[in-house]
Design a protein around this ligand. Structure first.
Ligand code: XUL
Ligand code: CO
Length: 438
C-alpha cells in the first residue's frame, strides 16, 4: 500500500464516462493512421516533478504528501519513493517513465558514494520495471541542483566540477543503457551565465563541446544504441543558457562536430520562453535533422517563468502532431510529461487527474492532426504555394544552373513581373480548427 493505492488501474472508458479516473479519449490500442495511440504518443511520467518535488517554491516549502522526501534522502526513503512511484506508474497505465539520477537514489556525499548509491537503486528499478512492464524512455543526470554546479557543470570555472559531472553522466548513461533506456538526455540548466562581465563565453562553449564529445565517445564505447539528446532552454535558472533553442543547439553541434551524433529533446514551455511557437522548434529541429523527443507541458500566458503545467489545449498542439505524423512518428523519442502539479493540488489523486487530463489532451490533438493529414488539405495548400519551384526556372535555380549574374540577366531580359500566390493563412487556420472535434 502506498499513497497512490486508492485509485484503481486507470482504463479507457470513452467520452461519456462519469469516472474522473478514466481516460475519455486516450485508448492505447485505438488505431490511428495505421498505428496505435500508444505507439504514436509513447507517453512517459517524469520521476522528478511527480515523486521528487514536494510542492516547494521560492517563497515556501513543500505542500504535497511525499513522505519519502527530506533534505538528505536515505536508502530506505529512496526505496519508499520507488515503491510509490511504480505503484502509481502501474495504475496509470502509461508505458514509460524518465528520471534523473538524484531523483531515484539516496543522497551521496562523494563521487564514490554516488557510484554505489546509483547502482543500488538501479537494481531496484530494474526489478520494478520487469514486475510492472513499465519502460524507460530516457535517463539523465542532475547537473544543476547541487551547490557545486552553481557556476555550471561542463561550463564550470572549476575543472573538478567538470570531473564530478563526468562521473554522474558516465554512471547515469551506463545505468540507462542497462535499464534498456531508449534515449539519454542532457539539460544544461546551469550551462550559461548570469553576467558576461565575469564570463569567458568562448572558453565555456569549448568546455561544453569537450564534455558532449566525451559523452558521445562513451555512448559508443559501451554500445548504447539510444539517442543522445540536448534539451534547449533560453534561461532559468541562468540569465542566458547556451542551448537556448533548437537553432542555437544546431550551431553548437556543428561547431564541435557533433551534428550527426546529438539530437534535441524539445519542451513546450522552453519554446514559449524562447519567444517562439512550439511548432517552430519542431519544424527547425526537423529541418536540421536533429529532432528527437518532446517534453510536454505548457506555460501560463501571463507568467514569464517555467510553470511546467500539464497540457490542456489540444488545438494548440495540432501543428506539432501534424509534423510528427508527417515524419511517421517518433523514432526513439516520446511525449514525456515534464509537468508538475500546482501547490494546492494536495491529494495523491491529483497526480492521476493531471496525467489523465494531459493524456486525453494529447489523444485529442493526435486525432485532430490525423484528420488534418488524412484530408490532405494543408499539404495541398502548401504545395500550391511553392508550385513555381516545380517549374523550369525554379528547377534550374535549385540545380545551380545560374550564377547571381546570369540569373539577374535572365530577370532583366525576360522582364519578370511575378504575382505571388495567396498565402491562404486564414484557410489553413480554419482547416486546423474545424478538425478539432474530439
Ligand atoms: C527544466 C527541465 C528539466 C529537464 C531534465 O526546465 O525541463 O526537467 O527536462 O533535466
Ligand atoms: Co524538460
Amino acid at each position: 500500500m502506498t499513497i497512490f493505492s486508492d485509485v484503481a488501474p486507470v482504463r479507457f472508458e470513452g467520452p461519456d464516462t462519469s469516472n474522473e479516473f478514466a481516460y475519455r479519449v486516450y485508448d492505447k490500442d485505438r488505431v490511428v493512421l495505421g498505428r496505435s495511440m500508444a505507439q504514436w504518443l509513447r507517453p512517459a511520467v517524469c520521476y522528478w516533478h511527480s515523486f521528487n518535488w514536494p510542492g516547494a517554491d521560492i517563497f515556501g516549502g513543500g505542500t504535497l504528501p511525499r513522505p519519502w522526501l527530506a533534505p538528505v534522502i536515505t536508502r530506505s526513503m529512496a526505496e519508499h519513493k520507488l515503491e510509490a512511484a511504480f505503484d502509481f506508474l502501474s495504475r496509470l497505465g502509461l508505458p514509460y517513465f524518465t528520471f534523473h539520477d538524484v531523483d531515484a537514489m539516496a543522497t551521496a556525499g562523494s563521487p564514490g558514494e554516488h557510484v554505489v548509491n546509483l547502482h543500488h537503486v538501479e537494481e531496484l528499478i530494474a526489478g520494478k520495471m520487469s514486475a510492472t512492464g513499465v519502460k524507460l524512455l530516457w535517463g539523465t543526470a542532475n547537473l544543476f541542483s547541487h551547490p557545486r554546479y552553481a557556476g555550471g557543470a561542463a561550463t564550470s570555472p572549476d575543472p573538478e566540477v567538470f570531473a564530478w559531472a563526468a562521473t554522474q553522466v558516465r554512471c547515469c548513461l551506463e545505468a540507462t543503457h542497462r535499464l534498456g533506456g531508449e534515449n539519454y538526455v542532457l539539460w544544461g540548466g546551469r550551462e550559461g551565465y548570469d553576467s558576461l562581465l565575469n564570463t569567458d563565453l568562448k572558453r565555456e562553449l569549448d568546455q561544453y563541446g569537450r564534455f558532449l564529445s566525451m559523452v558521445v565517445e562513451h555512448k559508443h564505447r559501451i554500445g548504447f544504441k539510444g539517442a543522445i539528446l540536448v534539451e534547449p532552454k533560453p534561461f532559468e535558472p541562468t540569465k542566458h543558457q547556451y542551448d537556448r533553442d533548437a537553432a542555437a543547439v544546431y550551431a553548437f553541434l556543428q561547431r564541435y562536430g557533433l551534428a550527426g551524433e546529438v539530437k534535441v529533446n524539445l519542451e513546450v514551455n522552453h519554446a514559449t520562453l524562447a519567444g517562439v511557437d512550439f511548432e517552430h522548434e519542431i519544424a527547425a529541429a526537423r529541418a536540421y535533422g536533429i529532432f528527437g523527443s518532446i517534453d510536454i507541458n505548457r506555460g501560463d500566458p501571463r507568467n514569464g517563468w517555467d510553470t511546467d503545467q500539464f497540457p490542456n489545449n489540444a488545438q494548440e498542439l495540432v501543428p506539432t502532431l501534424v509534423q510528427l505524423i508527417e515524419d511517421g512518428g517518433f523514432t526513439s523519442g516520446g511525449f514525456n510529461f515534464d509537468a508538475k502539479l500546482r501547490r494546492q493540488s494536495l491529494d495523491a489523486a491529483d497526480l492521476y487527474l493531471a496525467h489523465i487530463g494531459g493524456m486525453d489532451t494529447l489523444a485529442r490533438a493526435l486525432l485532430a492532426a490525423a484528420d488534418v493529414v488524412a484530408s490532405g488539405a494543408l499539404a495541398k495548400l502548401t504545395q500550391a504555394r511553392y508550385q513555381g519551384w516545380s517549374g523550369d526556372l525554379g528547377r534550374r535555380i535549385q540545380a545551380g544552373e545560374f550564377t547571381l549574374a546570369t540569373l539577374a540577366d535572365h530577370a532583366v531580359k525576360a522582364g519578370l513581373d511575378p504575382r505571388i500566390p495567396s498565402g491562404r493563412q486564414e484557410l489553413a487556420e480554419s482547416i486546423v480548427a474545424r478538425h478539432c472535434r474530439y
